[in-house]
Write a protein that binds this ligand. Structure first.
Ligand code: IDP
Length: 160
């Protein structure tokens, strides 16, 4: 997502996945300690349709069905995170996708600390400016400059 010229900050989407919901206070504490601003926060139990749209790029992969079932299994916390270089920074703080790898290579990362396995890996973070724009728009009502691109999206402009 484009940097905010007023603050030199970038925005990204962070999710605390259902398996880590009970640890949300600890995880949010780590996020703040790492210097992120939480600009928006929302709790949502995702529907199957929402998860399938959110993870559409993984449709057809072996783990897709398991991932969608897991992501609808309980509440998720969506976070609009702001920091300089937020996309890369948040992925660093989360750690590698595989919890096993995270425990070896980044033992203080969120996935190492709160993940159970490669599917129930505690957190999500956008992986590029394009995905940050789409994913932030998926969960939050964003300004026109950050207009969402998900199917059926109503832009802020259209909504008012
Ligand atoms: P990321 O979340 O680190 O960006 P992606 O490859 O985009 O990783 O995968 C999205 C999510 O799908 C992962 O966070 C994890 O929950 C799940 N996932 C990815 N790879 C596997 C796998 O090999 N087996 C089971 N689940 C997986």
């Amino acid at each position: 997502m484009a940097a905010d010229p007023k603050q030199g900050k970038e925005q990204t989407l962070g999710l605390i996945k259902p398996n880590a919901y009970s640890k949300r206070a600890d995880i949010i504490g780590l996020i703040k300690k790492d210097g992120f601003t939480i600009a928006e926060q929302k709790e949502v139990t995702l529907t199957r349709n929402q998860v399938e749209n959110f993870y559409a790029e993984h449709r057809g992969k072996k783990f897709y069905d398991e991932l969608c079932t897991f992501m609808t299994s309980g509440p998720t916390i969506a976070l609009l995170l702001e920091k300089a270089d937020a996309i890369k920074e948040w992925r660093r703080v989360m750690g590698p996708t595989s919890v096993e790898t995270a425990k070896k290579e980044a033992p203080n990362s969120i996935r190492a600390l709160y993940g159970e396995n490669v599917t129930k890996n505690a957190a999500h973070g956008s992986d590029s400016p394009e995905s940050a724009k789409r994913e932030v728009g998926f969960f939050f009502h964003v300004e026109d400059t950050y207009a969402m691109i998900k199917p059926n999206a109503v832009s802020h402009k259209d909504a008012i």
